[in-house]
Design a binder for this molecule. Structure first.
Ligand SMILES: CC(=O)N[C@H]1[C@@H](OP(=O)(O)OP(=O)(O)OC[C@H]2O[C@@H](n3ccc(=O)[nH]c3=O)[C@H](O)[C@@H]2O)O[C@H](CO)[C@@H](O)[C@@H]1O[C@H](C)C(=O)N[C@@H](C)C(=O)N[C@H](CCC(=O)O)C(=O)O
Ligand SMILES: Nc1ncnc2c1ncn2[C@@H]1O[C@H](COP(=O)(O)OP(=O)(O)OP(=O)(O)O)[C@@H](O)[C@H]1O
Ligand SMILES: N[C@H](CCC[C@H](N)C(=O)O)C(=O)O
Ligand SMILES: [Mg+2]
Length: 497
């Protein structure tokens, strides 16, 4: 690709078309290789424009900048380098990446899921269903990225457009026809998904999280709603929306998609419903009621929240052309989603569960599920949790309260403290636990705390290890260390025999 032809198509305020061959696109100067175009964007932590010299030093042939000043400097000092100044860096990044990579997004039918909780699980479920009918898929989300059969680790839930498009391009190469991805509110707000044509858009739910970033629930909702408006792309063809959720109801009223599929458990709500639900540890069954007929769904996922996730994925699978029978088979073939109600094998009648609940709503759902499961055997619910540092502080006391309200014992510990003092975070969460009568043990060291929680349990009890799910690291002020709730719990269980 030649910069001259690329920059002619770019929606730039001003540009300088030096003759340069381009090999790739980068938005991080540290990744630039010879012949790349570097897109310099202002951020919150720093400003990509500060790294233009470094990018040119690393071999950038052209620079797209969102700073007039940087553009003028480039023109004065680097006449051999192509340059363009744009209004919005992330939009330009998406447009340039798509052009350079040959528009891979046009070759994939994209299903995207947003909402506070359930995105990862729903995306996994839909991918499983699509794969079960032989389609080759790309999956992008919090835990893993899949390119056909290849598995990669995910640095972000929703990467920058350049990285999404590269994954798409890799997918197209191996014959993928479908892409399933989570779209986080951060990514929608920042337009990391600019220009991606969404075929099926799914909404799970909206409850409090990320107010450090969005400020208010209305802003947070507006960011999520952007998925249904098309971000630099046409409106999604099909909107799949949870009609039991108050914010879902608002999306339904405003929906302009040519096909709207509403789902829920409440009798008066969705066109696609779950009835006759039976919930056990490791098995969920319900009748999937649809305008096209009713079928029995069985899945190895646990809990009511997963009925919602199964409904969302099933609706999306229908929209992607699967039959009801194929959906039944796909749901039954789904394996464990890592760190989502993952039961750690134990031989002593204790149930230890690792789950990614990291909001008050998710904790409440998790604890009430555990309560249902121990009810018959008269067991107790022991909940271990912590709150992430450098994240929404207002959710801390809410999480504390949610943990205290439903549990028989709370063990309050660290999650990922990041740059914050772990004890300060714990104090903020403790204020919420103290609003309840429940006994609370505080232990800042998560490994120690897991030991305390499991050792406090008796046969028949459930121990919930919440917040870190699939994560394999702990992010501390002094650095990042390997950490795995499942492995730590398995170690303790082995010790106590
Ligand atoms: C708040 C937020 O979303 N921040 C993300 C955002 O940062 P930013 O726009 O402020 O960018 P910045 O760090 O100031 O850098 C500006 C520019 O300079 C560039 N740069 C920077 C340094 C350098 O040496 N050279 C260089 O070129 C950067 O690549 C960037 O293009 O863009 C950066 C580049 O992609 C991300 O690394 C960064 O993620 C931070 C680390 C983060 O923690 N993000 C989280 C909150 C996030 O996005 N989470 C959601 C999921 C949430 C959920 O699942 O509930 C996600 O989608 O992952
Ligand atoms: N549909 C749902 N409604 C409410 N809570 C849910 C739902 N699905 C899952 N959860 C809870 O939320 C946790 C996270 O689930 P999941 O990873 O699927 O969500 P996510 O939206 O991808 O989260 P994140 O934004 O942090 O990546 C689960 O471990 C479970 O406790
Ligand atoms: N992806 C989300 C969830 C993080 C979960 C929890 N382990 C934490 O670190 O707060 C975030 O970055 O806010
Ligand atoms: Mg996720």
């Amino acid at each position: 690709m030649n910069w001259e032809s690329l920059c002619k198509g770019l929606n730039a305020v001003d540009r300088f078309c030096a003759s340069a061959e381009l090999s790739g696109v980068q938005y991080d100067s540290r990744q630039v290789r010879h012949g790349d175009v570097f897109v310099a964007m202002r951020g919150e932590a720093t400003d990509g424009n500060r790294y233009i010299e470094a990018a040119i030093g690393a071999g950038a042939s052209a620079v797209v900048t969102d700073s007039r000043e940087a553009y003028e400097k480039l023109r004065r000092e680097h006449a051999q380098v192509g340059a363009a100044v744009v209004e919005r860096g992330r939009r330009a990044l998406a447009e340039v990446s798509s052009e350079v990579m040959g528009h891979p997004e046009r070759d994939l039918a994209l299903s995207a899921v947003t909402g506070t909780n359930g995105k990862t699980t729903t995306a996994f479920l839909l991918e499983t269903m699509l794969r079960s009918v032989g389609r080759t898929c790309v999956l992008i989300g919090t835990i893993e990225t899949h390119v056909g059969d290849e598995m990669r680790v995910s640095p972000h839930t929703t990467p920058e457009s350049r990285d999404v498009l590269e994954i798409f391009e890799n997918g197209v190469r191996v014959g993928a026809t479908e892409a399933v991805m989570e779209m986080s509110s951060h990514a929608l707000e920042q337009e990391r998904v600019w220009g991606l044509p969404v075929d099926v858009a799914m909404f799970t739910n909206l409850t409090q999280d990320h107010l450090d970033y969005h400020g208010t629930m209305e802003n947070y909702f507006a960011a999520k709603a952007r998925l249904f408006e098309g971000v630099g792309a046409p409106l999604p063809r099909v909107a799949v929306i949870n009609s039991d959720d108050p914010y879902g109801k608002r999306l339904i009223v405003g929906s302009q998609a040519s096909q709207l599929m509403t789902y829920g458990l409440e009798p008066s709500s969705g066109d696609y419903r779950a009835e006759e639900i039976t919930l056990h540890a490791g098995e969920t069954r319900f009748i999937f009621k649809t305008p096209k007929g009713d079928v029995p769904i069985r899945s190895s996922l646990t809990g009511r929240v997963n009925v919602y996730n199964l409904l969302a994925a099933s609706c999306a699978a229908l929209a992607r052309g699967l039959t009801l029978e194929e959906i039944v088979a796909g749901a039954a073939s789904g394996a464990q989603v890592p760190g989502r109600f993952e039961v750690v094998p134990a031989s002593n009648n204790l149930t230890v569960v690792v789950d990614y609940a990291h909001t008050d709503d998710a904790l409440r759902n998790l604890i009430s599920l555990a309560r249902e499961l121990v009810k018959e055997r008269g067991g107790k619910v022991i909940t271990l949790f912590g709150c992430g540092g450098d994240r929404d502080k207002t959710k801390r006391p809410r999480m504390g309260r949610a943990a205290g309200e439903g549990s028989d014992l709370v063990v309050l510990t660290s999650d990922n403290p990041r740059s914050e003092d772990p004890m300060t975070i714990i104090e903020e969460a403790l204020a919420g636990v103290r609003e309840t009568e429940t006994k609370c043990i505080v232990e800042r060291d998560r490994a120690e705390a897991i030991g305390l929680a499991i050792r406090a349990a008796r046969a028949g009890d459930i121990v919930l290890l919440a917040g870190k799910g699939h994560e394999k690291i702990q992010i501390l002020r002094d650095g990042t260390v390997p950490f795995d709730d499942v492995a730590v719990a398995a170690g303790v269980l082995k010790e106590i025999g």
